[in-house]
Design a protein around this ligand. Structure first.
Ligand code: 13P
Length: 211
């Protein structure tokens, strides 16, 4: 099996798991994976729970669609992150409920809408989670806004829309997006309660050790 065909299989497997956990419903969400000669991307209007490895969209190094079904309308979003972060190997965009709830509460321009409650949130997402202003899904204008923020952050939240999370590999991007969703759930669950967040020194220690 070539590396690309293994990645296609893995992409479908992650889609199934994310969908199964309710992190994506209907045809919401999209995933991209960097290849040596371009990018694999989930097709537009596809259900993450029922992806077909042979129908995954393939784009070339100039982001032109070369095979598979028509790519996600969020190609600008994925391009923004993958070009801003040369070290990123994959990007996951979800409408997962709790992260999206935070995206509705947070103010665009905010940099840390979820407190550092747990180590894995800090280890997977890092210090910042910039909140990008609202754009219509598929709007090319979001590209420069996301690109600017993604240079300094592994993940961003699109106001009233949802999270966009990168990782060095497909597995890492998926794990980080799951961790973000759980951190958002905890933050909402503990809202108004005297929850203890990690201290700045504890956050720094995690970033130095695992960052
Ligand atoms: P696509 O079906 O085009 O990937 O769009 C789904 C989505 O999540 C829009 O933000």
């Amino acid at each position: 099996m070539t590396n690309e065909s293994a990645l296609r299989e893995r992409l479908c497997e992650h889609g199934r798991l994310l969908f199964g956990r309710g992190y994506s419903v209907g045809s919401a969400g999209n995933i991209s994976v960097r290849l040596p000669d371009g990018v694999l991307m989930t097709p537009t209007n596809s259900c993450l729970g029922r992806l077909d490895p042979a129908r995954i969209s393939k784009l070339d190094a100039e982001w032109r669609h070369v095979s598979g079904d028509k790519p996600s309308k969020e190609v600008f979003m994925h391009r923004a992150v993958l070009t801003a972060r040369p070290e990123a190997g994959a990007v996951v965009h979800l409408h997962s409920t709790h992260a999206t709830a935070i995206a509705c509460l947070a103010t665009p321009g905010e940099n840390a809408p979820i407190p550092p409650l747990t180590p894995y949130f800090v280890m997977r997402i890092g210090r910042s989670l910039p909140v990008i202003p609202y754009y219509r899904p598929g709007d090319a204008a979001m590209e420069s806004a996301i690109h600017g923020a993604a240079r300094e952050a592994r993940a961003v939240l699109l106001a009233n829309h949802g999270p966009v999370v990168s990782g060095a590999s497909l597995d890492e991007a998926v794990y980080a997006s799951e961790e973000l969703e759980e951190a958002a759930r905890l933050a909402l669950m503990l809202r108004g309660l005297p929850a203890r967040a990690l201290t700045a020194a504890q956050v720094e220690d995690l970033l130095q050790t695992f960052g």
